[in-house]
Ligand binder design. Structure first.
Ligand code: NDP
Length: 480
């Protein structure tokens, strides 16, 4: 059985303890590889290597650093098919999706920050004729990057690319549920000639390997994407150590449909924004609010389209909904569907586990599920389910729907559908979400700051914000 290895000091090595964990293929419900069960000893080795590599990497001319990172992006593009298949086997998502979205976005993360760093500039302020102040930004040191299982390589590169481009060295931990693409990525880094110790990847469990990264005194900055509960734990450890923190956390995103929307577009994209990647995207719209005059028509069409989504083997071309990432996660999603029914919800379609034939007979598949009849404050509409489950509710007024949309502890993203320009601007300004899509979903421009409000996160990633995060700013004031 294939053994995944840590990537420390430029080499692929097993964990110091010699212990490994089982890695499952969720579409088959079977162990297919082993992943290091790393602990503080491995993290310490990784931090030592990163510290030793730091000075030379930070001092390397940015064009040279950029060329190495772009070479890695080229290799990701070259291995698109291999990486997409690996991501699908590890995570359960359709290969087609990994090939169209996850892997291309991973390479564009690398390329964007590699080239961005070349154009990165700091500010200068002339204070009359008396002084000139300028901001000197230097890489902060060894960065700790921790990423989740839902978009494995895409979010892994989203964390490490700006850190490396800014001149930091990195100790990173992917989710132990989906380690394969990060492992393949470490081989690409070796092939691209990334100097040893610049990127170190330590695989293992969050509370063990992850926590050791957070606690390490020589890691001054932590960039984390994952659940809000984990984020709170991380902040509790890192804040008293005065570490710089960027937390990208959970969401319970509203999708608001006004009666004057482009109906076909709104329904089609809402099905996509509800169920892409089995609903396991932090930006999925899991609460749909439809203006009452359109409500019946929207629900009818939405349910029709949902019923057409093929749940199946992730490697088949026609599959739109693959497997959930793990048995535990599938059970969590099913328990939320049961809770929704206890809360008075009506399941219009879906609601059950899907048992497939053949290779995927033991996989963790759940039908895309549409629920109506719930109020905005019930647990189903307040807590992040992170699966193929969506609720639909009618609304009468703009103020009412803004109240529903903002009425959870989360504030990651929102989508709104209207042809009325004034309404779009007015509502967008009042939504407490880090990103608001008008008449589209998941469109991205990497130059924009990205991050959640309220319990969906702290800090902003993307664009210059991400490069700045991994630097330390000093003001130099020169008297004229
Ligand atoms: P988790 O919070 O469970 O895990 C995220 C990462 O943190 C994993 O690598 C995990 O390791 C690790 N981890 C867990 N405990 C600790 C700890 N004590 N110290 C350090 N690291 C730890 O999230 P999931 O992997 O379940 O991902 C799903 C969540 O991520 C959802 O809530 C989703 O909304 C959110 N998310 C947010 C995004 C955003 O941009 N805002 C984007 C994508 C997802 P291990 O897997 O081994 O437990």
């Amino acid at each position: 059985m294939q053994k995944i290895l840590n990537y420390i000091n430029g080499e692929l090595v097993g964990p110091a303890s010699g212990k490994f964990l089982d890695n499952y293929n969720p579409a088959e419900g079977k162990v297919y590889s082993q992943v290091p069960d790393s602990d503080a000893a491995d993290v310490n080795s990784a931090v030592d290597a990163a510290q030793q590599a730091f000075e030379a990497w930070a001092a390397m001319p940015v064009e040279k650093r950029s060329a190495i990172l772009q070479k890695i992006a080229d290799l990701v593009d070259r291995d698109l098919d291999k990486l997409a298949l690996a991501e699908s086997v590890d995570q359960g998502k359709p290969v087609k999706l990994a090939k169209a979205v996850d892997i291309p976005r991973a390479s564009s993360n690398m390329r964007f920050f590699a080239t961005g760093a070349i154009h990165f500039a700091s500010e200068a302020h002339v204070t009359g004729t008396e002084a000139v102040n300028y901001t000197l930004r230097t890489p902060i040191g060894v960065a700790g990057c921790i990423s989740p299982w839902n978009l494995p390589l895409y979010l892994f590169t989203w964390k490490i690319a700006p850190a490396l481009a800014a001149g930091c060295t990195v100790v990173a931990k992917p989710s132990e549920l989906t380690p394969m693409t990060a492992f393949l990525f470490s081989q690409l880094c070796m092939e691209a000639g990334l100097p040893k110790g610049v990127l170190n990847i330590v695989h293992g469990l969050g509370p063990r390997a992850g926590q050791a990264i957070i606690e390490h005194p020589e890691i001054p900055a932590i960039s984390f994407t994952g659940g809000t509960v984990t984020g709170r734990k991380i902040a509790a450890t890192a804040a008293p150590m005065f570490k710089k923190l960027s937390l990208e956390l959970g969401g319970k995103n509203p999708n608001i449909v006004f009666a004057d929307c482009d109906f076909e577009q709104a329904v089609r994209t809402s099905v996509q924004s509800s169920f892409s990647n089995q609903g396991e995207i932090c930006l999925c719209g899991s609460r749909i609010f439809v203006e009452r005059s359109l409500y019946e028509r929207f629900v009818h069409e939405f349910v029709n389209m949902t019923k057409q989504l093929v749940v199946g083997d992730p490697q088949e071309e026609k599959t739109r909904i693959g497997a959930l990432v793990s048995e535990a996660h599938m059970n969590k999603v099913l328990s939320y569907i049961a809770l929704a029914q206890q809360e008075g919800g009506k399941v219009l379609t879906g609601g059950k586990r899907v048992i497939l034939q053949g290779r995927c007979a033991n996989g963790y598949f759940v039908e895309p599920t549409v629920i109506t009849g719930l109020n905005a404050t019930c647990s189903t509409n307040q807590e992040e389910i992170f699966g193929p489950v969506v609720t639909i509710m009618p609304f009468d007024t703009e103020d009412e729907v803004i109240g529903y949309a903002n009425g959870t502890p989360y504030g990651l993203s929102a989508t709104l559908w209207t042809e009325n320009l004034k309404c779009a601007h007015r509502v967008a300004a009042q939504l407490k979400s880090g990103i608001i899509w008008v008449n589209c979903w998941l469109f991205r421009d990497l130059r924009t700051p990205f991050g959640g409000m309220k319990q969906s996160g702290v800090g902003r990633e993307g664009g210059w914000e991400a490069l700045r995060f991994f630097t330390e700013a000093k003001n130099v004031c020169v008297k004229l």
